[in-house]
Design a protein around this ligand. Structure first.
Ligand code: IPE
Ligand code: IPE
Ligand code: MG
Ligand code: MG
Ligand code: MG
Length: 310
């Protein structure tokens, strides 16, 4: 990571940690442990990289930090609710709030962190608030659609709409916010937003593949969560295309029985290619960034994302 971004990372980390607090000990302990237990901080770093890459001015640096921390708080709040929705027991290598404290606590801890995110967003310029608001609407809509469409009625196009909404719009928002803060021209803001969207789609493709292929010690999440939750994510679409219908029964035994095919080269190579075509789009669009060192950092981030699957 370039030195300037390393410094930014430390400042943003402090803001996130100081905002994810509560005067109620149990709330405080739930949210501080999630925030302190890692997390890649990809979204705030993308925002800062785009801001720095477009030669954003020092006079708006504090606003950029605030905006970056807001995105991370929004993301963290959605994770708390997501684990409840997906009935996931492990996140960032430790038990989820849902698993440890139950449904009411997970609903309320997620709500609490959303409120902290809004409080931080409240002082931001209107254009930035608007991009956050647009993403939050889409995220909730995407998560809902994923829940209510029965897997056998889900088309690949709708799946793409869902992952764009639930995941990629926040990446888009990170890129747009960085570009807006750096006072980039409208067409550049649009192109960088598109780069974020493509990157976000690739990110969810890879996350979906890691849900069958991952190593819990590295991802901090168990495999098979999408299968138990009845989700039709990327590897299952590719399975259907390659091997025919999926079993209806979503038990541990059935998962083990199809795991070999799910992790076969046929599926992984195809899935990775689909992610690659999206990271290539993002890399091309990132060429607009003025600062070469930061441009390389973001383009390397695209490659590293793919390399999470070797
Ligand atoms: C997980 O996001 C949720 C998805 C959109 C797939 P991350 O993989 O960025 O989670 P952390 O913040 O690093 O834990
Ligand atoms: C989550 O997608 C997207 C969010 C907006 C939180 P997943 O449900 O696949 O994320 P993980 O795998 O639990 O992190
Ligand atoms: Mg999940
Ligand atoms: Mg989910
Ligand atoms: Mg996942």
């Amino acid at each position: 990571m370039p030195d300037s971004l390393q410094k930014d990372y430390t400042v943003i980390e402090d803001i996130i940690r100081s905002r994810a607090r509560s005067s109620l000990p149990i709330m405080d302990s739930m949210i501080t442990s999630l925030v302190r237990n890692g997390g890649k901080r990809i979204r705030p770093m993308i925002l800062m990289a785009v801001f720095r890459g477009m030669s954003g001015k020092d006079s708006v640096l504090d606003t950029a930090y605030r905006s970056a921390a807001t995105l991370e708080l929004i993301h963290t709040a959605t994770l708390i609710h997501d684990d409840l929705i997906d009935k996931s027991h492990t996140r960032r290598g430790v038990p989820t709030i849902f698993a440890q404290h139950g449904i009411p606590s997970a609903v309320l801890a997620g709500d609490y962190l959303f409120v902290e995110a809004y409080a931080l967003a409240a002082g931001l310029p209107e254009k930035l608030v608007n991009t956050c608001v647009r993403s939050l609407r889409k995220m909730a809509e995407g998560q809902l659609l994923e829940e209510i469409i029965p897997p056998n009625e889900l088309s690949f196009k709708t799946y793409l709409d869902i992952i764009s909404s639930k995941t990629a719009v926040l990446f888009k928002s990170a890129c747009e916010s960085g570009a807006l803060l750096a006072e980039a021209p409208d067409d550049v803001v649009r192109d960088l937003g598109q780069a974020g969207l493509s990157l976000g789609i690739a990110f969810q493709f890879i996350d979906d593949l890691l849900d069958v292929l991952g190593n819990e010690h590295i991802t901090g999440k168990p495999i098979g969560t999408d299968f138990w939750a009845g989700k039709l994510s990327l590897p299952y679409f590719l399975y259907r295309e390659t091997f025919g219908p999926l079993p209806n029964d979503r038990s541990q035994k059935t998962f083990q029985s199809i795991l070999k095919k799910l992790t076969s080269d046929d599926i992984i190579v195809k899935g990775k290619e689909m992610a690659l075509s999206n990271t290539n789009k993002a890399k091309e669009l990132f060429n607009v960034l003025d600062n070469g060192e930061i441009r390389t950092y973001l383009q390397n981030m695209c490659d590293q994302m793919l390399n999470r699957i070797l």
